[in-house]
Design a protein. Sequence first.
Lengths: 118, 110
Amino acid sequence: GAVVSQHPSRVICKSGTSVKIECRSLDFQATTMFWYRQFPKQSLMLMATSNEGSKATYEQGVEKDKFLINHASLTLSTLTVTSAHPEDSSFYICSARDGMRESKNIQYFGAGTRLSVL
Amino acid sequence: QKEVEQDPGPLSVPEGAIVSLNCTYSNSAFQYFMWYRQYSRKGPELLMYTYSSGNKEDGRFTAQVDKSSKYISLFIRDSQPSDSATYLCAEYSSASKIIFGSGTRLSIRP
């Protein structure tokens, strides 16, 4: 099956620093990638949709200057949490959609990144 | 009304039992229906997907979709402790976003 690699799996940082999370599709080209946030025992909340070569589309209430998304190639998208604060601590998960496969409307998820801001 | 409703559980059953997980949805435009399994502190893993009414079977898992009732189910036969996880139903809308249910926490007792 399709594999999505997300790195790092765990980040602990001081308040005010920026953190970059990478999401890679390993065996397919991802024309669209998604970034989600998940709080404990809750479902996934879509933050933004990222299309290769264009600006990301952010969901209502998500600060685009706070959560910078770059999708520079068909296999890589990055999420940068700028000037992180304790309230940004959460589980961030990326997913990728393969536009070339028959099941093209299916998203494949990375393993997630647990961010803890001290 | 939420677009997708799912009982959060927790649901606890003995090993070997048949598990039934369910979701209802309100948007008739949904075309694809999926079930994801998520272990604690991991990303969701796609288990099943279907785009038509009826049943789809894969090993011990059966996905059932009833578009007339806007009701989807996932059945797990011969449940194992390793099936203990949170199960998320998901539907794909024409707006190109996956709409997730809140997830049902399942625990299989040895």
